[in-house]
Each structure stands twice: as C-alpha cells, then as structure tokens.
Design a protein around this ligand. Structure first.
Ligand code: GAP
Length: 582
C-alpha cells in the first residue's frame, strides 16, 4: 500500500517558492491560475531534466530535435481534429459562478464513467454533487463543451485565425515531407521537440500538474505499418520488467502485474515492439531522473478512453501523495491518422516510397489515346481527357469520362487498348506513428515531491531535497571554514576550477558551517566541499555527502574528476569512501 497519509504538497510548494524553484507568475498583479514561473533553481533543474531526455531520445535513439513555432494556422488544427474535438465538459456553479470541469465534479461525487457520458446525462448525474469551489450542492446545471485551445489572429487587422499549439506533435507531422528527405527517404526515423504547449484548462487548481502553459517533450517515430513488430533494438528491453496495469486488469479491479516487454508483446498485452520498447525506455528515463520505482506504473488506456487516433496507449503514472496516480507520460500508437489527415487537408502527399526487394510483375490494360485526333477535337480539354483516360476502364464502344462535371463519351476509335506486363519497383505507403509524449512540469513536480524529506542533523530538524545528483541545480557547494587566513581565497579558487570543468559550484562563506550545510541540503545540493586548515598543509579538502552526511578527505587535484563521476553516477559516494579506507 502506498502512503497517502502525509500530504507533502504544501511543504514542497512552500520550499519551492522560498528557495527559488517555482513561484506563481506576475504575483505583483495577482497570480493567474495555470501559469507558473521557474525561478533560478527550478529553471536549472528543469533544464537538467530536459537534457537527460535529450540524452535518451536525441543521442541514444538518434531522433534529431526540431523547433517549430508555438502558434500555427487554423488549417493545422482543423486537420488534427483539435478545432472540432479538443474540448472538456464544462458547467458553471449557479451559486459562486465558478466554471467547473463537469467530469471532475462527477469523479468527486464518485460517479463513474463521466468521461463517456453525453452532456445531458452528465448534467443530470451531477445535480447532487457539491461545487469544489464553494461546496454548495450544484442542483440543475447545463453541461457544455469548452474548446481548450487559445485562439489568436495572425497579423494586424487580420482575419487569419491561429491557435497556440496544444501539443508539440503537430509540428513534426506537418514537417513530415522535409523530415523524410532529411532522413534520406528511409523508415524508420523520428523527430523530437521540447517546448511549450498551451491549453486553456477550465479550473486548474493542481499546482504544476494542470497548467495552461506547460512544457512537453515529444517524439514522433515514423515506422512502416508492417514492421511495428520489428524494432531494430528490441532486444535491449526484451527482458525489462515493470508493473503493467492492463485494461483487462482494470476491468477486473486487479493490481498491476510485473511482466517483461517480450512477454507483453508475445501475449498481445502491448500492441507491438515499438510501443513496448518506448514503455521500457520511459521507465528507464523516469528512474534515471530520480523517480522511485515503487511509485511508478504503466496503465493501459481502456478502449473507450483511447484518443480517436490511437490503437494502443499506455500512460506512465507516478504516485503523488497529494494527487494519487498522475499521468505523466503517454505512449501511443497513433497509426497513420495524423499523416492522412494532413495530407487530405493540405493536398500534400505524406507517403514514403518503399522499394521491393525484387520488382513485382503485374498484368495491366493500358489506354493509349490518339493525341493528334484528341487534341484537334477537344482542344483545351484534351489534356484533362488524356489524364482521365489513364485510369478509365475501356469497353468495345469506348469510354465515358467526366471533366469538371461534364460527361464526355470518347469513342473506341480515339484510343488503342494494350495489354501489358509492367514491372512495379515498389509502393507508396503512409507510415504509422509511435509517440512518447512527456509532460516536463509533471516530472518536475514528482521529482520535488519524492525528493522532499525531513530528518535530524546535529540534533536539529533538517529539511532535505534528496535530488538525484544528475538533476540537482547546484552540483557542489564550496565553503571556507573561516573567512580568514587565506581559506576563503583557496575556496574561491576551487570554485573557479570547478566552474572551468563545467560543474555548477556555489561558493558560500556566510554563517556557521552547519547553517551553510542546511541551506544546501534544502535545495538538494548533493555534495559540499569544506576548505580548512589542513587544506593549507596538504592540499586536501573534505567532501560531504548530502544524504548520509558522511565525509571523505580527497586532494584538490582529484576533486573535479571525482565530482564529475559522482554527478554522472559513474561512482557512488559509498565506493569513494571505501576506496579511501583501503
Ligand atoms: N501529443 C499527445 C499529447 O499531448 P497528452 O496526454 O494530452 O498527449 C502529454 O499530453 C503529457 O503532457 C501528459 O502526460 C502530461 O504530462 C502533459 N500535460 C498535458 N496537459 C497538461 C497540463 N494542462 N498541465 C501540465 N502538463 C500537461
């Protein structure tokens, strides 16, 4: 059983505001719900999370990053279905006038299946529920659809409608033809994007979990539809196990099951190797940034919950003591839905030519028009008739075709019919898309909530953020024991050396050494260097570990390499202590 008793949300958010991780935006004018600012430490931590994401997807997977505008023209979102269907069910409290998510009100009142009810049924179902804002019983309310996209117009005085993107994904789809050329016309390939997305959420009351402007990191991987079970590196994760909450287990109210990716694909639990590979990769990435395995599971979407474009979809859910299981990453097989939709809307083909290993032979009947007669007889229409004849089916009397609504009979005397065997070298196919879609802000919140801890140090209460050294904003603190006798000069020089090797070191000489440790513990700085009188004698410093509070003495020369190895997870502090004892 996961612990929901202690609500760390308030403590985490208080610390985040006070120490410069996250705070409400434009506070001096009164904050606006759904928008946050990342302060100096928060912005640095977020950058580190994003860079680990890049390490996995761009460097290891080889999917290059692109950057598209956050505003796109209306046609993009007509094709994607967002203009018509990207809405939540909303109602207004008749007492306090607050706008509410009707399905959330229903969930709060233990009404099941709210997301698949009609507006009328949902309205009737929530009459006895209480308003989460004023806590009055709602009574009769009308439920209606509210489109979540922010709209704008492009250019001064313009009637040209644009929208702030609700996902980064569409940028990769509309760039498909150029990306295909970049990847030299070969499948599979992928493109990724990290950037802001916008959704005009109805009542965002969940801190960093539900924002109106948030950061997504998305990969769109284009694959041959018949090769989704042939991921070139599937072996890497074939034996990888994690808790899977399949749709069948949800329907039977069963707990998640630990199962390998190989078994999950073999038994038809996960649709194909590509989806399974990315479920496992997501698990590895989340653990790398410090998410506790015990608080991580993958939940399959129920058939009536899946987006209209997806054949299989899994959410990485992270357990929050305040919010329960929170969807943080979605991994979907989006099929050819998006490329077909954009091809239709834009008139640009979004296909890949797949060459056969051996050309195929096919018998076909071809119409060879007599162009000299056709040209004279039909003049300006001759070209259109010529094109239409290419696909027409001939009869002994001739062919009936239609040009711009006009029916024209072409007698058999104006063309010749030839039976031929032609060689077909390949075919045009529309690739399918596998999409892992990460919400960076939800990842950052989960990191902070899980890292927050309180213990005692030197008989006093200590607040400590147990951040992974890989994502801690400040990587090492450097303290002179005293600000005299040259200790401060040595400490400042050590700080400069660490900066030169790309390590974010923070020099601090104010207050007692214990206070300085506490300040760094609270912002998650994993290591602290103290320069003391022995340093002057033998060029050694003490290196302290945040979590165990143990210390080890090493030379200044060893320090940059040691910190780098500790931060990258190449060595542990325990192994460092052990190596110094020997
Ligand atoms: N392209 C697919 C897509 O956008 P999604 O499930 O709507 O799928 C993906 O969003 C991720 O983006 C979510 O799992 C979540 O982490 C994050 N996300 C979505 N809406 C959000 C919001 N209002 N505030 C913060 N993060 C959000």
């Amino acid at each position: 059983m996961l612990d929901t008793s202690c609500d760390v949300f308030e403590n985490v958010m208080e610390l985040a505001r006070r120490r410069g991780f996250i705070w409400p935006t434009s506070e001096c004018y009164g904050a606006v719900a759904g928008f946050i600012d990342y302060g100096p430490l928060g912005a640095m931590m977020k950058r580190r999370v994003e860079n680990i994401w890049r390490d996995f997807y761009v460097i290891q997977e080889g999917y290059y990053e692109i950057e598209c505008p956050t505003i796109a023209q209306e046609a993009v979102f007509i094709a994607s279905g967002h203009v018509k269907g990207f809405s939540d069910k909303m109602c207004q409290c008749p007492h306090c006038r607050e706008y509410l998510r009707a399905d959330h009100v229903a969930e709060g009142g233990n009404i099941r299946n709210a997301s698949i009810m009609s507006n009328e049924d949902l309205g009737a179902a929530i009459t006895s529920c209480t308003c989460p804002a004023c806590e009055e019983v709602l009574g009769n309310v009308e439920v209606f659809n509210f489109n979540l996209m922010f709209s704008t117009t492009i250019g001064p005085g313009s009637q040209r409608v644009g929208y702030l993107r609700p996902e980064t994904a569409q940028g990769m789809f509309v760039d498909f033809a150029r990306l295909l050329r970049f990847y030299r016309d070969k499948l599979p390939f992928g493109a990724v994007q990290i950037g802001k997305s916008y959704r005009n959420e109805i009542s965002p009351r969940q801190g960093m979990i539900r924002l109106r402007e948030f950061t997504q990191a998305e990969a769109e991987i284009f694959v041959h539809p018949n090769e989704k079970n042939r991921h070139p590196s599937f072996r890497r994760y074939a034996d990888y196990k994690m808790p899977l909450l399949t749709s069948a287990r949800q329907q039977n109210c069963e707990e998640p099951v630990e199962i390998s990716m190989f078994e999950a694909v073999k038994n038809g639990i996960i649709a194909n190797e590509y989806v399974a590979y990315h479920v496992a990769l997501t698990h590895e990435l989340l653990v790398t940034i410090g998410i506790n395995r015990e608080r991580l599971r993958f939940r399959q979407h129920l058939p009536d919950e899946r987006a209209h474009y997806a054949t299989d979809c899994w959410d990485a859910e992270i357990f929050s003591k305040r919010f329960g299981w929170v969807e943080t990453v979605g991994i979907a097989d989006r099929t050819d839905y998006d490329l077909n939709a954009h091809a239709k809307q834009s008139g640009t083909p979004m296909t890949v030519f797949i060459q056969y290993d051996e050309p195929k032979k096919r018998e076909c009947r071809r119409i060879i028009p007599n162009m000299s007669v056709l040209g004279k007889q039909y003049r300006t229409k001759a070209k259109a008739i010529f094109d239409a004849l290419k696909t027409a089916i001939p009869t002994p009397m001739g062919v009936d075709i239609e040009i711009n609504g006009e029916k024209i009979h072409i007698p058999a005397s104006l063309f010749e019919v030839r039976d031929e065997v032609i060689e077909i070298r390949g075919e045009d196919i529309v690739p399918h898309v596998i999409e892992p879609s990460y919400g960076i802000d939800r990842m950052c919140y989960a990191i902070l909530e899980q890292a927050y801890d309180e213990d005692t140090a030197d008989g006093e209460k200590r607040t400590v953020l147990r951040l992974s050294p890989k994502i801690a904003p400040v990587q090492v603190a450097v303290f002179p024991l005293m600000t005299r006798d040259g200790l401060d000069i040595i400490a400042a020089e050590i700080t400069r050396i660490l900066h030169k090797t790309g390590i974010l070191a923070e020099y601090d000489d104010s207050g007692a050494i214990g206070r300085r440790y506490r300040r760094q513990d609270e912002i998650g700085t994993p290591f602290a260097v103290t320069v003391d009188y022995d340093t002057k004698e033998n060029n050694t410093i003490t290196l302290r570990d945040r979590d165990t509070m143990k210390q080890v003495r090493i030379t200044i020369v060893e320090l940059p390499e040691t910190i780098r190895a500790l931060v990258d997870g190449k060595i542990s502090f325990a192994s460092l202590v052990y190596s110094k004892i020997l």
